[in-house]
Design a protein around this ligand. Structure first.
Ligand SMILES: C[S@@+](CC[C@H](N)C(=O)[O-])C[C@H]1O[C@@H](n2cnc3c(N)ncnc32)[C@H](O)[C@@H]1O
Length: 409
């Protein structure tokens, strides 16, 4: 008779944890309280990775995943959990990570998580190509062929289906981007030849607005070179290489939170670090005197400048540079700073300038609670953490976004 284990809790990637014989066992597709038999997949010194071979008792929080590829595909991690309990788990995870990496508990400052629609929320997908199109399998570079994904809407899925039937030679990736506001679709083929299959154009043209071939540089082979999205009162142009929040409806809630936390008046001068296409800066521009945005991606900066013109905003300016390199050269004149860095968080130089400058309010938008905790630990030497709100930007995955309000002590 095989051993039966009880799942103790979830780790930060949504895997069940079992402690047995001095080892921690991480079990995929397992929820707290479930009694399971397991099959070991990977053996390391003090830990093992396993999958469930038999469920003896299942959790009342378990739901049947709606995706047929779920057990293979690495795109989603917690589709076996009902949405409400996934929100609770994400909120608890933020509290736990901050406590662990900041060495003290700020749970009392953490507001309830902002929920999303659980499916059809993504405005961008990256499909891998190798004879078939699909997503990477869990823990590997093998492709799970798909012709449907529940995280994107029907219009995007129709395009996935069409692309799945085109022969794609020398193509490594296909990216599909969508705008809810204009109902536009952009498709980008990463192809290492100029002699691409012309069927791409013929077949896709009736269904999409923009087609790009990316072969060292981006070449628009059909339609407008960009698509347009609207958040709040602003219309944003999005080029193929520019960052844009993947969950448009949640992005609006996120930006509203930033605006509330920034608590601007007409004298405030705002610095928007890692500004992408200028989304946050433009969103804040009516409430303050001036905004200055810094972004490393040239295409995103060009989009930001066009967005400024398109929305007739004249109190904002953008530069294309690396925040870490330029931060020491910019004038220390900002009363409010918004930072929205990539997962790696802030670099030490930027943190030290943010500590040195007399910034009244600092708003930190983070997509990784571990690097957020590291940076908050430093910043709280001179800033008081006033409030933190987790925002579910990525349902069905273990990822979580947080917005934090810090005020100079
Ligand atoms: C999480 S996105 C935020 C963008 C924007 N705030 C938004 O909400 O759309 C992070 C942005 O930082 C940019 N970035 C990454 N490293 C950077 C660096 N060292 N200096 C400046 N920008 C950087 C990326 O290109 C990306 O546009």
């Amino acid at each position: 008779m095989s051993q039966i284990f009880t799942i103790e809790k979830l780790d930060h990637q949504g895997r069940g944890i079992i402690r047995a014989n001095g080892k921690v066992i991480f079990v995929e597709n397992a929820l707290p309280g479930e009694e399971v038999e397991i099959q070991i997949l990977k053996e390391k010194k003090n830990l093992q990775e396993a999958k469930v071979s038999h469920y003896h008792h299942t959790s009342s929080n378990r739901v049947r995943p709606i995706c047929p590829y779920y057990t293979l595909c690495g795109g989603c991690h917690i589709m076996h959990m009902n949405y409400d309990s996934s929100l609770q788990w994400k909120e608890d995870k933020v509290k736990e990570i901050l406590k662990k990496f900041m060495n003290h508990d700020i749970s009392f400052l953490i507001k309830p998580i902002v929920a999303s629609q659980p499916f059809s929320y993504r405005n961008k997908v990256t499909l891998q190509v190798e004879n078939k199109i699909g997503y990477y399998e869990k823990r590997s570079n093998h492709i799970v062929p798909i012709n449907h994904c529940d995280l994107i809407n029907e219009k995007m899925n129709q395009v996935v289906n069409i692309i799945a039937n085109i022969k794609l030679d020398k193509c490594s990736q296909v990216i599909i981007r969508y705008s809810e506001y204009s109902n536009e679709i952009m498709v980008i083929f990463d192809i290492s030849t100029d002699n691409y299959n012309k069927k791409i154009l013929e077949t896709l043209r009736p269904f999409v607005n923009t087609i790009y071939i990316k072969n060292k540089t981006y070449e628009c082979i059909y339609g407008n070179p960009y698509i347009e999205e609207k958040i709040g009162n602003f219309i944003y142009r999005i080029s193929p290489d520019s960052f844009f929040q993947v969950n448009t409806k949640q992005a609006e809630k996120l930006y509203e939170l930033v605006r509330t936390y920034a608590d601007l008046d007409k004298e405030d001068i705002v610095l928007d670090l890692y500004c992408g296409t200028g989304t946050i800066g433009l969103f804040l521009s009516p409430q303050c005197k001036k905004v200055f945005g810094i972004e490393i991606n040239q295409q995103a900066v060009e989009d930001a400048q066009q967005n400024q013109l398109r929305n007739q905003v004249n109190n904002i300016e953008f530069i294309c540079d690396d925040v870490a390199k330029v931060i020491g050269k910019i004038e220390n004149q900002y009363s409010v700073v918004v930072v929205d860095p990539p997962r790696s968080g802030l670099d030490p130089k930027t943190v030290s300038y943010l500590k040195e400058w007399k910034v009244k309010r600092l708003i930190y938008v983070s997509c990784d609670p571990v690097t957020l905790a590291r940076d908050l630990k430093e910043l709280e030497e001179v800033y008081e953490i006033k409030e933190l709100t987790p925002v579910d930007m990525f349902p069905e995955t273990y990822h979580i976004e947080c917005v934090v309000k810090l005020v100079r002590k």
